[in-house]
Design a protein. Structure first.
Ligand SMILES: Nc1nc2c(ncn2[C@@H]2O[C@H](COP(=O)(O)OP(=O)(O)O)[C@@H](O)[C@H]2O)c(=O)[nH]1
Ligand SMILES: [Mg+2]
Lengths: 233, 174
């Protein structure tokens, strides 16, 4: 079944860019997305540089519409944010995130904990009866490049996030849990890294699982050194 | 309690002594001596034994060691590496084969690095650092090794602090 998406406050040019990127990406998204106008869509992308009325955003949310904000990096503190300039990877990331909720009612549930590269299609697996029911597809990330100091300094705890993301593919929620940081900080950091192309973005089919507990490797000496060399957290 | 120490290693002239200077709370003890071999073209003095700096914490002191640059002092590497908290590997971007340089230090310290962690600082990136860093990442990826790689100027305290924070994050969360 196709999913619907609406653009709000978009310039003609951005509307065209978004629509054409979306059709280019259609084989990489989990669902087929149709851009619709002036009717209740499941997802709305709001250009917050042109629409700053938070009431408008709340109204969309009240109508059960998932909101993705679109604007200058760093201006908005939104869980689902598309930074300007628009990048294909960021669109894929946002759509995969909003898909996590709608995925539940898909009839063919894919295997749990399977890692799929973004470009791949959804496989149709039968799950054994004993397997816990997967809740859907979540988007996960791995850091391919250690970011430059401007990104490391922008988010408190960024260096810690990097260390966690360098070896493993994890969702934003899992990273936040491991790092002991707010999800909004992790998302801000992921957004900044995505802008620079530092991320490997995967869709992972998973059940809700307990995220890895924060590492108890912490050693008071390391913590003191960290403060001495200027860490904020 | 055993000695708390960090190790900085890399080829002669890469910036180890300078890095220890930037990290240390007191002027490092430098055991450089005049060199008469081919290294004298790179710089006037080179590390013959090891450099030593100290970072003071309220109730502890962390020692920072630089490894000796010359082949004939290699027997000292293991003594320096044993028990270290972590490793800073410096790579000179201007050298002919920075990947081969990195490989030597990764191999030599492998067992110590695997049980702790490491960061890689690429120095002298003023001219062509970007490609060197990209090449090093590709090399690490082939080896399925995951360490931070950053451009650093060892003379710059804030670069060195960032490198140190990255190492600490790898030790605590990597
Ligand atoms: N321009 C530049 N000079 C550097 C850099 N790193 C180190 N140096 C210089 O290179 C020289 C050798 O550094 P040193 O710390 O003695 O190297 P070591 O043999 O590894 O201990 C010193 O004069 C440093 O100031 C860098 O990134 N850029
Ligand atoms: Mg030296």
């Amino acid at each position: 079944m196709n999913r619907t998406i609406q653009l709000h406050g978009f310039s003609k040019n951005d509307e065209m860019v978004f629509t054409s990127l979306l059709s280019l990406l259609s084989n990489k998204t989990q669902y087929q997305w149709d851009v619709v106008q002036n009717r209740a869509a499941e997802v709305v992308v709001i250009d917050v540089d042109n629409e700053s009325d938070t009431e408008v955003i709340r109204n969309f949310e009240r109508d059960g519409c998932k909101v993705i904000t679109y604007g200058q990096p760093g201006l908005i503190d939104s869980t689902l944010q598309l930074n300007k300039p628009m990048r294909a990877a960021a669109i894929l990331r946002c759509l995969a995130e909003v898909s996590t909720n709608v995925a539940v009612d898909k009839p063919n549930k894919p295997r749990e904990n399977e890692v799929l590269s973004v470009p791949s299609q959804q496989p149709q697996h039968n799950i054994p009866v004993s397997t816990p029911i997967p809740t859907g597809v979540s988007v996960s990330y791995r850091l391919k490049r250690w970011p430059d100091p401007s990104i490391l300094k922008a988010t408190p705890g960024a260096t810690r996030i990097c260390a966690i993301m360098l070896k493993q593919v994890l969702s934003a929620e899992e990273i936040a849990e491991s790092a002991g940081l707010a999800l909004s900080s992790v998302r801000e950091f992921i957004g900044n890294c995505d802008q620079k192309g530092y991320l490997d973005i995967k869709q992972r089919v998973s059940q809700i699982r307990t995220p890895p507990a924060p590492k108890s490797r912490s050693n008071p000496i390391l913590a003191k050194l960290r403060l001495k060399f200027g860490a904020r957290v | 309690m055993s000695e708390l120490k960090l190790v900085i290693t890399g080829t002669a002239g890469v910036g180890k002594t300078t890095a220890i200077h930037s990290l240390s709370d007191k002027p490092p003890i430098v055991t450089d001596a005049d060199t008469t071999d081919e290294l004298s073209e790179i710089k006037d003095t080179t590390t013959v034994a090891f450099d030593f700096g100290e970072i003071y914490l309220d109730d502890a002191t962390v020692h920072v060691y630089g490894t000796p640059g010359q082949e004939r002092f290699r027997h000292m590497w293991e003594i320096i590496a044993e028990g270290a908290l972590g490793f800073i590997l410096l790579v000179d971007a201007r050298r002919k084969d920075p990947i081969a340089d990195l490989e030597i230090y990764l191999d030599n310290f492998r067992q110590y690095i695997e049980s702790t962690s490491a960061v890689i600082g690429v120095t002298r990136t003023e001219t062509e650092g970007g490609q060197c860093i990209e090449d090093l990442y590709n090399y690490l990826e082939q080896k399925q090794l995951f360490y931070p790689i950053m451009a650093v100027d060892p003379r710059d305290k804030s670069d060195m602090s960032q490198l140190m924070l990255s190492l600490l994050a790898m030790l605590e969360y990597g």
